[in-house]
Design a protein around this ligand. Structure first.
Ligand code: FMN
Length: 255
């Protein structure tokens, strides 16, 4: 019978396949702006969370008005003019991959295992009565299975940790994934980054942190490799190649 011909079966299959792929592709393209907007919102929420400013009864956008994003030239520690790079549109992840906007990290300095780093980074200032109350710094680097992306908030003294968070990673839930555990994150506020000589001393300990040691945070049992990754991320991004020049400048000049 004609209705059971091979040609007809193929035609129906091809038409269906094309229609379905157009539908899926259309949905993927159509939803992309929404996904991007959600990512930006999630990042803002994480910045507010790490700074202790998040209020679930207020919109993220509204609360985020207290935060002043700036772009810093990591080599000099100076802010970059808004006319040159606008914090509202700067895509830091893309910049890290762009040869013109990034630098290769020599292997002996590449503690975070990222290969290249962007020349310019966003930082987020929270001011009270015109004085710097805290600064939130983005950081990232290799864990065991994945790149961990996070933020660290420092107090106005630019040495005391206010909080730490990782908003994106693919470490194993229950092991490396414990970096998301609020109980582990609660061990960070109050810890110090630099010693009197300005060297980064803050580390995640192997096991329990030494009592009263301001530079040690508890380790994560069964996840020493992820925890070491966190130590190297902190050491790299707060060190000479990361935000140290900015923080030293702010200590002398103010925000
Ligand atoms: C399936 C599997 C997943 C693992 N995931 C992690 C992980 O996400 N992070 C981590 O540091 N270690 C992970 N480990 C364990 C590491 O291989 C390693 O044993 C551990 O980091 C050592 O930490 P410890 O000295 O505290 O036991 C995993 C092991 C297995 C078998």
């Amino acid at each position: 019978m004609a209705s059971e011909s091979v040609v007809k079966t193929f035609t129906v299959a091809v038409v269906l396949a094309v229609a379905c792929s157009l539908l899926v592709a259309g949905a993927a393209i159509g939803l992309r702006p929404l996904q991007e907007a959600n990512k930006v919102r999630d990042r803002k929420k994480n910045i507010l969370l790490v700074a202790g400013l998040y209020n679930p009864r207020e919109s993220v956008e509204e609360t985020f008005e207290q935060v002043e994003p700036r772009i810093v030239d990591l080599a000099s520690g100076e802010y970059v003019d808004k006319d040159k790079l606008d914090p509202a549109t700067f895509d830091q992840r893309a910049a890290a991959r762009d040869p013109k906007l990034s630098v290769k990290i020599p292997a002996d300095k590449d503690l975070a295992g990222i290969g290249r780093r962007e020349k310019y980074s966003l930082v987020y200032l929270v001011k009270k009565d015109d004085k710097l109350d805290q600064i939130i710094l983005p950081d990232y680097g290799k864990g065991l299975w994945s790149t961990l992306y996070g933020f660290m908030a420092l107090d106005g003294d630019l040495n005391t940790v206010k909080g730490i968070t990782f908003y994106e990673h693919a470490e194993t839930p229950g092991l490396g994934g414990e970096i998301d555990n609020p109980r582990w994150k609660a061990g960070w506020p109050g810890k110090k980054v630099y010693d009197d000589k300005g060297s980064v001393q803050l580390v995640v300990a192997k096991g329990v942190a030494e009592e009263g040691n301001p530079y040690e945070v508890d380790g994560i049992s069964g996840a020493t490799l992820t925890a070491n990754g966190v130590t190297y991320i902190v050491q790299y991004w707060l060190g000479d190649d990361g935000f140290k020049k900015l923080l030293e400048r702010l200590k002398t000049e103010g925000a």
